[in-house]
Design a protein around this ligand. Structure first.
Ligand code: HEM
Length: 141
């Protein structure tokens, strides 16, 4: 099977759009993780996520944004916050009707970034540019 056929078998772009919408609805509604997204439009982040995951899941390489490590260096992401994101993602995958194969692949891709996105201390955060704000919020909810 070609890469394209495999990507289509997983549900293709339509499925990724559906999952991302359900996922970011949960993220934006959440009292804690939602704070990290307060200055970012949901439409923008959804489309970045769809493009990034398209490439990561074997579809076309259309993602033009930052790579995950430089994109998150100003965020204080703890283990607990990462695990919360993963549980919302897992719920979104199920609610969207993703196949077990897609669920496993997506969660594995995200998990692979965990050790590089999670920080032990806020001092490990770095601004991406001069006027950037370090994002760190105490647990709520
Ligand atoms: C708790 C963990 C995470 C939090 C709180 C988080 C939060 C965010 C936020 C707030 C942004 C917007 C950054 C900006 O444009 O200023 C962002 C961007 C992004 N995130 Fe995450 N993220 C997390 C984990 C992940 C993981 C595991 C992945 C996938 C590997 C990922 C992929 C992306 C991508 C592709 C972007 C777009 C970057 C860009 O356009 O420059 N994130 N994230």
């Amino acid at each position: 099977m070609s890469k394209f056929e495999e990507f289509e078998k997983l549900g293709g772009r339509g499925m990724l759009i559906k999952i991302s919408k359900i996922f970011y609805d949960k993220i934006y509604e959440h009292p804690w993780i939602g704070l990290y997204f307060k200055d970012i439009s949901q439409d923008v982040i959804e489309s970045q996520q769809v493009d990034f995951m398209t490439g990561a899941l074997g579809g076309d390489q259309i993602y033009l944004g930052k790579l995950p490590i430089p994109a998150h260096k100003h965020m204080f992401i703890t283990n607990e916050l990462f695990d919360l994101r993963q549980s919302l993602l897992s719920e979104a995958l199920s609610e969207a009707g993703a196949s077990e194969e897609l669920k496993t692949k997506w969660l594995k891709i995200d998990e692979a970034f965990k050790s590089r996105l999670v920080k032990k201390d806020i001092s490990e955060c770095e601004k991406r540019f001069n006027t950037d704000e370090i994002l760190a919020f105490d647990k709520v909810g």
